[in-house]
Design a protein. Structure first.
Length: 485
């Protein structure tokens, strides 16, 4: 038995089963288990939990998951909103919101931000990602977050939204811990149909942490660590209408400067279909997502449902009222499926799937010329938390904040390419309440900016190496720009 993770303290997103720990999936007890209104106690661990424990990790607890894992923001959990660790009143990102807040607090403390509460903090975490729920909160909070190649890591024992887009992966404050955890959790489990024929047997899993260490130590001149690496910056991701010019500038300048400083070749590349990708994600997933997520319908493949997870179905008036206030995306998803299946035939669903293959081919074609592609992880820095009180306008306010936030992450959930968010700098955010004892140069605060590195399917190793090249070239979050009073 490997001790790859010996001494590492982990948090686990609360849509991942941990035996003996109440399972909430971020929602209310009467909706999570309508039979008796109590959160269920699972009797088994998810495969990834079993594997990290076998590798020597210590699980210190489960962390807040957004309601049904159905938002990229951090204000929908039944436990209440999760604040960004760098600026109160701002989103930490979702749906792996608890993970990134806890890890972000660790980083903030290390960078000298005063007023960080004295609470047990994990070294790393396990998250889930269907449209960006690992990478987006990692970006908002200045962390590393990996969505592995689809099917590389078993999803067994985790609440899913749709088998096409379900991913689980590591979140951490450094790329080395990402590599260690990926080594521990990757490989075929014999249970998850997402693990297709390309998925390696456990005995054949790449030792990502060892290869990453050998990659660095094997270079006589770290300034040339990236020699031969070709990096393409997707132009369309920089000029997308929803992408902040400031975020685009921070990401492009960081990529150009720090990859090149380590000997890599960096240039812009055009990929027009990237702009259409969020619409393709929506068309491919929405017709079945509601019945798979809420109604307990087994996917059209041999899979294992979780016996302890039997959420409320059909939607009741209580569920509608609760979700309208807490997470309007839930009734949106349910009503969307009703509308789409009633209005369109299976021919439209098949057409959407063909567009997924077309999109995958578009990325593959560019990745035949470049080792990795980079772009902003998120279009903007973390937005403010909405008004959480019910009332006129609150639903649209909550929905509007989330719209477009996954434009650069969701494409790779349907195409299956690995994507890693790495911290690359800071951007300004208006308003917010600083941690006690801090001040700022005027009315604006500072929030992290994330850069996404995307690689070829089943080549997660090159993505990790590229992140290390970026780091060796001087890239990273950098010093906190706040001023201590």
């Amino acid at each position: 038995m490997s001790n790859t993770l010996e001494g590492l303290k982990l948090a686990v997103k609360d849509n991942i089963t941990v035996a003996g720990i109440p399972y909430t999936c971020g929602t209310f007890p009467q909706l999570a288990n309508p039979k008796d209104g109590q959160y269920a106690l699972p009797e088994i661990d998810a495969v990834v939990v079993k594997r990290v424990l076998e590798a020597g990790a210590e699980i210190i607890g489960t962390s807040t998951c957004e309601n049904y894992s159905l938002t990229p923001m951090s204000y929908t959990s039944a436990n209440g909103p999760v604040n960004n660790p760098w600026l109160r009143g701002y989103n930490a990102g979702g749906s792996s919101s608890g993970n990134t807040c806890l890890l972000g607090l660790r980083t903030a403390k290390q960078l000298g931000v005063p007023g960080i509460p004295e609470i047990p903090l994990p070294d790393a975490a396990l998250g889930g990602d269907q449209a960006g729920s690992i990478r987006l909160p990692a970006s908002y909070c200045g962390l590393y977050g990996l969505k592995p190649t689809h099917g590389l890591v078993p999803y067994t024992g985790i609440a899913g939204l749709h088998p096409m887009i379900d991913h689980t992966g590591p979140m951490a404050t450094n790329v080395e811990d990402i590599a260690k955890i990926l080594t521990a959790i990757a490989g075929y489990d014999g249970l998850d149909p997402r693990c297709t024929a390309e998925c390696p047997l456990r005995a054949n899993v790449t030792q990502y942490h060892d290869e990453l260490a050998a990659f660095v130590s094997g270079s006589p001149d770290t300034k040339q660590l990236g020699k031969g690496l070709k990096v393409g910056i997707i132009s369309e991701a920089l000029i997308d209408p929803g992408t902040s010019p400031e975020v685009a500038k921070v990401v492009e300048e960081a990529a150009m400067k720090h990859f090149a400083a380590a000997g890599a070749t960096v240039e812009r590349v055009s990929l027009p279909m990237h702009i259409l990708a969020p619409a393709i994600w929506t068309a491919a997933c929405r017709t079945h997502m509601s019945s798979l997520t809420f109604a307990g319908r087994p996917a059209d493949l041999l899979s294992h449902n979780m016996p302890h997870w039997t959420p409320q179905w059909p939607m009741t008036q209580e569920m509608f009222d609760l979700m309208t206030i807490a997470n309007p995306a839930v009734p949106n998803i349910i009503l969307s499926e009703t509308f789409l299946t009633g209005k369109f035939s299976s021919a439209q669903q098949a057409k959407a799937y063909r567009h997924v293959y077309q999109l995958r081919a578009a990325y593959d074609m560019v990745l035949a010329q470049y080792d990795v592609l980079v772009m902003p992880t998120t279009p903007t820095v973390a937005p403010p938390l909405p008004n959480l009180k019910s009332g006129e306008g609150s639903i649209m306010e909550k929905m509007r904040i989330a719209v477009g936030s996954t434009n650069h992450t969701c494409p790779f959930n349907i195409t299956g390419h690995p994507g890693l968010s790495v911290p690359c700098g800071w951007g300004r955010a208006s308003g917010g309440t600083p941690w006690p004892g801090t001040d700022r140069t005027g009315p604006e605060g500072w929030l992290p900016v994330g850069m996404q590195i995307v690689g070829k399917r089943w080549d997660d190793m090159t993505v990790l190496k590229a992140a290390k090249v970026f780091e060796v070239g001087g890239g990273g979050l950098g010093q906190w720009p706040g001023i201590v009073a």
